[in-house]
Design a protein around this ligand. Sequence first.
Ligand SMILES: [Zn+2]
Length: 169
Amino acid sequence: MPSFVGHFTSPLATRIARVLPPRLLVAGLVASMLPDLDTIGALFGVERDTLFAHRGITHSFAFALVVAGIAMLGSNWLQVSRPRAGLFVLACALSHPLLDLLTNGGPGVMIGWPLSDARVFAPWRPIEVSPLGVGFFSARGLTVVASELVWIVTPSLLIAFAARRRATQ
Ligand SMILES: [Zn+2]
């Protein structure tokens, strides 16, 4: 996976481009990291490359749709319309496996589940894979953040500021 820096970029860049209710932003931040809850499976003996292992079903388009559906049900609390809650949270939840597809390590991403159990990567994988847990706070972690600044943060900020500028003109 990219680190939390990379995964938080999508909701935060959207916040730069558009005004978002704080609760919706928090929902987007949670949705952008939610797929990696599957990392706790290793603590409970979940075997690698199974449905519930890392980058399994929580990294699927179907899972992102379920998360978006929950956001739609909570749209009143999120202080936005149902479509806006669903679309924003869907984009944030889906950004996670899409970014994971672009990493150069870790298991493949089960993005097509339940239609396919295949674990896949994008043909082009420029993003350094992040070490899990405390391993992030190491020299390797700095390499990961540098990679994410180049491939995720900088392009996202450029797009966000351009969109914001366009919206205010
Ligand atoms: Zn992930």
